[in-house]
Design a binder for this molecule. Structure first.
Ligand code: HEM
Length: 526
């Protein structure tokens, strides 16, 4: 099962029950020596102790077994992956010179990993949580990783708060998940209100990975052949439609089949029903970025579709299951820093932090040569002077330094980046990002597009998690009144009637809530 030729052993797209093709081959050790007995260890006499040094096969099996686990991802630990193809359907070359978009009909191999954010391996899929939606495009000019979520926004706008956010969503000192920790962090973070309202709505409990949209979420940049830059957001709309579970369904399904999403994806691909998404972009010019009443680089904000309509780009179709889960899904590594000529970063400070964080995580989890693993390996040639390190397989034959006199790879001025330099000014200091932010009006718009029955589910969902500590994916003690009030205050700021309905449902006095929240929230909160 272990060695390279096993690519033929498992047919990921075979019919159910026919996963394994079983060629008759002789079992071997890792070094290839045929094994004669895989049942009986060597012992000193029939009932005697083991002869461990002599029984190298027994030793090797144990040594390897003890090293099977690697560090898990610190977030998005549980997920599923698939290979597929991206096909360009509309011409966006006036915005970007990225080669993967250079003509209608162009096809690029892709791999995606979808994930639950807070849960660990083995935890349930049908939980209320954002979902990861990371796509690797193996382009002719290197890998482009669009490492997004199923939400267009996020809980925080400053990366200094990311570890705090994640600690509050994972396990407390008892090793238990806790609604108190979640609501406590969200209540102290007014900028989370928009994302939390989204999460408590129907889209916070998608029916499967196939039934949700994907978003690059951040603002990125696109640069065309004339080196003109626009700002851009990426959207991937599910062609299966957006469908959701209710809280009760989510809770029941967690017990019935914790691996629901992974199984759904795998079997649909296996049965020839691989999922599809349409890719769109929103585009904003520098001038528009100066004029909009919100910070277009703030990850807690969307760009309204009315002013910034969606432009179709192409289609993603996933039709190939990984040959082996550990090899392709667990060892997959994505990094927002991986862009290609024609696609660039933006000053979004969350994106900026992610540019360095993922490489570091991959080096810790998989090692310095993780980009040589088959799932991560670019499909275009790679030439550089990185040398050695654990598990090196592609040290070149040439000199390991540059410049050199032997014709090794050299820089090419056509690819200097950033292609369009960012204008920067101001003092380098810690600016209070809450001082002039509007954390409520986009949440108000979201509340108003929810249908009455969804609004009702939001109120019930929030009430259940706060007063009973009960909601899909987490059962805990009720949330203390003080923390309930802190959060109620934000919903009152989103919409007066939402605040009133929620206060009644929670059994809280609104006047007391407002007075207390205004005293307890940090001064800079508007
Ligand atoms: C995974 C950091 C925000 C989407 C990860 C991992 C780290 C991380 C360290 C594990 C990577 C690995 O071990 O391979 C951060 C930091 C953030 C941030 C520091 C903010 C400052 C976000 C946002 C999104 C996102 C805003 C979506 C828009 C993902 C996804 C994965 C992931 C999809 C899983 C990738 C995979 O399937 O391998 N993040 N993250 N993260 N993050 Fe973030």
């Amino acid at each position: 099962r272990q060695q390279a030729p096993r690519a033929g052993l498992f047919n990921g797209n075979g019919k159910p029950g026919e996963h394994y093709i079983k060629p008759k081959e002789t079992l071997t050790t890792a070094s290839g020596k045929p094994v004669g007995d895989n049942t009986n260890s060597i012992t000193a006499g029939r009932r005697g102790p083991l002869l461990l040094a002599e029984d190298f096969h027994l030793y090797e099996k144990n040594v390897h077994f003890n090293r099977e686990r690697i560090p898990p991802r610190s977030v998005h630990e549980k997920g599923a992956g698939a290979f597929g193809t991206f096909t360009v359907t509309k011409d966006i070359s006036k915005y970007t010179k990225a080669k993967l978009f250079d003509r209608i009909g162009k096809k690029t191999e892709i791999f995606a990993r979808w994930s639950v954010v807070a849960g660990e391996h083995g935890s349930a899929d049908s939980v209320r949580d954002p979902r990861g939606f990371a796509v690797k495009f193996y382009t002719d000019e290197g890998n482009w990783d669009l490492v997004g979520n199923n939400t267009p926004i996020f809980f925080i706008r400053d990366p200094l708060k990311f570890p705090d956010l994640i600690h509050s969503q994972k396990r407390d000192v008892r090793g238990l998940r806790s609604w108190t920790m979640r609501w406590d962090f969200w209540g102290h973070s007014p900028e989370a209100t928009h994302q939390v309202l989204w999460l408590m709505g129907d889209r916070g409990l998608p029916k499967s990975y196939r039934h949700m949209n994907g978003y690059g979420s951040h603002t990125f940049s696109l640069v065309n052949d004339n080196n003109e830059r626009v700002w851009c957001k990426f959207h991937m709309k599910s062609e299966q439609g957006n469908e959701s579970y209710t809280d009760e369904e989510g809770i029941a399904l967690s017990g019935e089949n914790p691996d629901l999403f992974n199984e759904d994806l795998f079997t649909n691909i296996q049965n020839g029903n691989g999922p599809k998404w349409k890719m769109f972009i929103q585009v904003m010019t520098d001038k528009q970025a100066d004029e909009v009443p919100y910070d277009p680089f703030d990850l807690t904000k969307i760009w309204p579709h009315k002013e910034f309509p969606l432009h179709e780009v192409g289609e993603l179709h996933f039709d190939r299951n990984p040959v082996n889960y550990f090899q392709d899904v667990e060892q997959a590594s994505f990094a927002p820093a991986n862009v290609v000529p024609g696609i660039g970063y933006s000053p979004d400070r969350m994106l900026q932090a992610r540019l360095f964080s993922y490489k570091d995580a991959a080096v810790y989890r998989l090692g310095i040569n993780h980009e040589q693993l088959p799932v991560n390996k670019p499909r275009c040639p790679v030439f550089n002077y990185h040398s050695d390190g654990f598990m090196q397989t592609q040290n070149g034959a040439g000199p390991p330094y540059e410049p050199n006199s032997f014709g090794g790879p050299a820089e090419d001025a056509r690819y200097v980046d950033p292609a369009v330099p960012l204008q920067m000014s101001g003092e380098g200091k810690r600016y209070n990002h809450r001082a002039d932010s509007d954390d409520y009006s986009q949440a108000t718009a979201l509340w108003h597009i929810m249908k009455p029955d969804e609004q009702e589910r939001v109120i019930t969902g929030i009430t259940n998690t706060m007063t009973k500590g009960k909601g899909a994916g987490c059962k805990s003690d009720p949330v203390p009144k003080k923390i309930q009030q802190l959060n109620l205050y934000h919903y009152y700021r989103v919409d007066k009637s939402l605040g009133e309905r929620l206060a009644e449902s929670l059994g809280l006095d609104l006047k007391e809530t407002i007075a207390r929240a205004e005293k307890d929230l940090p001064k800079e909160v508007p």
